[in-house]
Write a protein that binds this ligand. Structure first.
Ligand SMILES: [Zn+2]
Length: 118
């Protein structure tokens, strides 16, 4: 289950960010997960619950932004969804097209720290 190592990396990075801002706990972490990244969002959410134990993210929410896999066809400038498994075929000019535009994302895009009273 490679989602666990990915979740651990996300937790470590967010935990480090939280530490550089003092002792505020992390309220939420937002990650972009591409359709072709090989990560299953539900499995990542489960792994995150395990990985966050005992860190600044202990009560943090994981927000997953799923990014659809899309390709771009140079000759006709058409952008189209490639689906999973990916099928690189331009629907407009009916030819193969390899210009992947999105879908392989796996990155933290936001870390929200909790407000501390006082
Ligand atoms: Zn085309």
């Amino acid at each position: 289950m490679h989602e666990l190592s990915i979740a651990t990396a996300i937790v470590e990075q967010a935990d480090e960010t939280a530490r550089t801002h003092g002792t505020r706990p992390v309220a939420a972490v937002t990650v972009r997960v591409g359709e072709l990244s090989g990560v299953v969002p539900a499995a990542l959410a489960f792994a995150f619950d395990v990985a966050r134990d005992g860190t600044a993210l202990a009560s943090a929410a994981l927000v997953v932004e799923e990014v659809a896999a899309r390709a771009h066809c140079g000759p006709c400038d058409e952008e189209f969804a490639v689906g999973t498994p990916p099928f690189f075929w331009c629907p407009r000019c009916d030819q193969p097209s390899q210009g992947l535009r999105s879908g392989r994302e796996l990155e933290i895009t936001g870390i929200e720290l909790a407000e501390v009273a006082g």
